[in-house]
Design a binder for this molecule. Sequence first.
Ligand SMILES: Nc1ncnc2c1ncn2[C@@H]1O[C@H](COP(=O)(O)OP(=O)(O)OP(=O)(O)O)[C@@H](O)[C@H]1O
Ligand SMILES: [Mg+2]
Length: 326
Amino acid sequence: MSEILLQVLNLKKYFPVKQGFFIKRTVAEVKAVDDVSFEVMKGKTFALVGESGCGKTTAARTILRLTDPTFGQIFFNGKDLSKLKYKELLPYRKRMQIVFQDPMGSLNPRMTVAQIVTEPMLFHGIVKNRKEAYDRAKTLMQMVGLRPFHLDRYPHQFSGGQRQRIAIARAISIEPDFIVLDEPTSSLDVSVQAQIVNMFLDFQDRFKFSYLFISHNLSLVRFISHTVGIMYLGRIVEMGDTDEIFEEPLHPYSKALLSATPIPDPIVERARKRIILTGGVPSPIKRPDGCFFNPRCPYKMDICEKEYPELRKISENRRVACHLVK
Ligand SMILES: Nc1ncnc2c1ncn2[C@@H]1O[C@H](COP(=O)(O)OP(=O)(O)OP(=O)(O)O)[C@@H](O)[C@H]1O
Ligand SMILES: [Mg+2]
C-alpha cells in the first residue's frame, strides 16, 4: 500500500469576469476548477487530462499556491496549505516544483544556467554558499545529461530539449517530493520527448518523486501515470487506475477522448470504433444545465439535461460522474 502525499479536496478556482470602462463590475465567473478532489501517492504519478481550457493548469497552479484557491483544501503530507500565508508556505515551497511546457518562457534569458540552477538552492538555504551551490549544479547538469561547462552559458544558446533539461535540473536541485509536469514535452521533437520522459521515470525510480502530470498526449499518459483524472469544464468526470481506464473507459467523454489515441497493434487498431465528438467545448462561463457534457453526448437521456451526476465510486478504483453508469 502506498501512502498519500497530496490530497486535494473540493478544490475550486473561479476567476471573475469584469466589465465596464471606469468602474469595473464582476458580471460573471469563469469556473476554471470546480469541486475537484484527487490524491497523489508517494512516488507515483497522477495525470490530469482533458481538452484545452478544462482547468488542468489552473488546478496545478492553485495546488502550488501560485494563485489562491476560491474554496477547498490542499493537504500536503497531511498539512492543509490552502490558507497558509507566504511565510508559512515557504517550507512547503521547498518540497514542490513545477516544470512548464515552454522552457524558453520559464528560464530567465538574462541569467546564466549556473544562476538559474543555483537560485532555488540558495533561496531555500539548502547549500552553505555559492561555491557549494555551483558544485551541486555541476552534478545536476550531469544528471540531466548536460555538460558542466554549459553552466556558464545562457538559455538562448541551447536547443528546446536542452532547455527543458535545464528546467528539470532547476526543479530537482532542491530535492522536492512533488513535481508538477505541465505539458513538459509537448514543445519538443518526438525523439527528444522520449529521452525526457525516460529521465522523469528514472528520477522517480531513484528519488521517489511524486508527479502531477498534465498532458494532451494520451499515449504518454498511459505510459507514465499510475492513476488518472479526466477533466471536462472544470470537473473530473472519471478517475481511477490508468490501465483500467484505458482498457475500459466508462464515461462517454472518456470513451470519446481515448478512442482518439492510436493503439500500437494494427489488428486491434483496425477493429476499433472511433467516437467523433460533435460541437465544441461549451464556455466555462455559461455551462450547460445538468451534465456539462450532455450537448455532445451520444447517449444523452432526459435526466442528463436536468441534474449534474455526482462523481460516484463504482468499483474499488474507479469513480465516474455519469447517469448512465451504474
Ligand atoms: N488568470 C485567469 N483569468 C481568467 N480566466 C482564466 C485565467 N487563467 C485561466 N483562465 C480560464 O480558466 C479556464 C481553464 O484554463 P486552464 O489554463 O487551466 O486550462 P488547461 O486545461 O490548462 O488548458 P490547456 O490544455 O490549453 O493548457 C479557461 O477557460 C481559461 O480561459
Ligand atoms: Mg494548461
